[in-house]
Each structure stands twice: as C-alpha cells, then as structure tokens.
Design a binder for this molecule. Sequence first.
Ligand code: C5P
Length: 218
Amino acid sequence: MKYYSVAIDGPAGSGKSTVARRVAEHLGFTYVDSGAMYRAVAWQALNQSADFHNDTEIEQIAKELHFQLDKNGWLINGERIDSLLRSPQVSQYASNVAKTIGVRKILVAKQQEIASKNHVVMDGRDIGNHVLPHADVKIYLTASVEERAKRRLNEQQKRGYDGDLQLIMKEIERRDEQDQTREISPLRQASDAVRIDTTSRSVQQIVDEIVTICCTKM
Ligand code: C5P
C-alpha cells in the first residue's frame, strides 16, 4: 500500500504546527510534530540536569525516551506533556540537542518508521530535504521575524508564560541562525518545495492553499 506524505518545513513561529495539524485533519492523515520530539529530549535532559555539551549523555536520553503517537499527539514516556514541551526554557535547549548527530539519527529513524506505516503530514526543519526526501508534497513556510515573534508571544501567553517581544525576536533570530548553520540537516528550503509566506495571512488561507496543492498531487 502506498502511504502519502506531506512535508512542511520552516523556521520557528512560521505557523507550521497550526497549519500542519489542520491540513492533516482535513486530509484524514496522521499529524507528526517532529519538533516536539527534539523538545522532549531537551525536557528530559533538563529534568535530569544533564550536561548539554555531553553528546553521549544527550544521545542516551533520546534512546531511552518512549515516543508514542495517538490521534491527540505525542505521549512521552506514556504522558501527555504538550504544555511542558512549549516552555521558553525547553524551546531554548531544543535547538541545542538538535545539533547532536546521534539524537538526530534516533529521531529521524522514528519519524521515517511512522511515515512508512501511515499517511502523514509531518512538520519540522529537515523533513523535505532529509526525513522524507520523496514526500508527495513539500511546503516551506516562512514569515517575518516580527510576525513570528508576535505569534510566539501570543502562544506563550495562552499557555501561562509571559514574555517580552524584543527578547523573543532575538531568541527567534538566534534559533534561526543555529538551525540554518548547523552542520547536520540545516534548515533549508528543499529545491522542490513550494514556498509560502504566511505574514499577514490567515491560517485558513494557508491551509486551503496547501490542501489544494495536495489534491493536485495525490
Ligand atoms: O518546531 P519546534 O520549534 O517545536 O522545534 C524545536 C527545535 O527542534 C527547533 O528549534 C529545531 O532546532 C529542532 N528541530 C529540528 N528538526 C526538526 C524539528 C525541530 O532540528 N525536524
């Protein structure tokens, strides 16, 4: 049986998760939030007061974590910890653990296994270029740094964390730089991806555009 896949990549705050979740719902596909997996490793490393400079220790944490996906998202070691994974501290450390080659190998293998058994919409940084290079549809979402920071602040406030717009803009720029310049699987638009700028556009408009693209390719 052929399983379809939609890869949605883009920088922090470009609207990937919201859009990807809705596209998956619309198509009846499984939504795979790959960023949450890197966040889970960072979260567990923080819990264990691990040394973020010690790749072997961080890799061991990734190996031991249990990831299970159901229709509501990830269960990490059997627990739903979505809001803990979105804390500013976890966001900051997630891109550090994402630089570790061993962690990437473990998580990418899990992502590819899910896509080999399900129709998926998967979002992340390296999905179109590395995890699912043969995805049926590839999308690269982007938006201005200011707009992305406003969205992140809004999201944080809804989850009960306050923040400062200027600081979030700096943090987003730092993460962009780290994700785009890392040696392994840097964030880069795939040559065959459709680029969509989400600045000043509604989620529904973007979802409709992507669903239309999917319908022409599947
Ligand atoms: O998408 P999200 O902001 O939740 O991702 C958290 C971090 O995980 C990113 O800053 C990035 O460094 C890393 N990541 C990655 N590859 C992915 C998804 C996320 O390196 N496929």
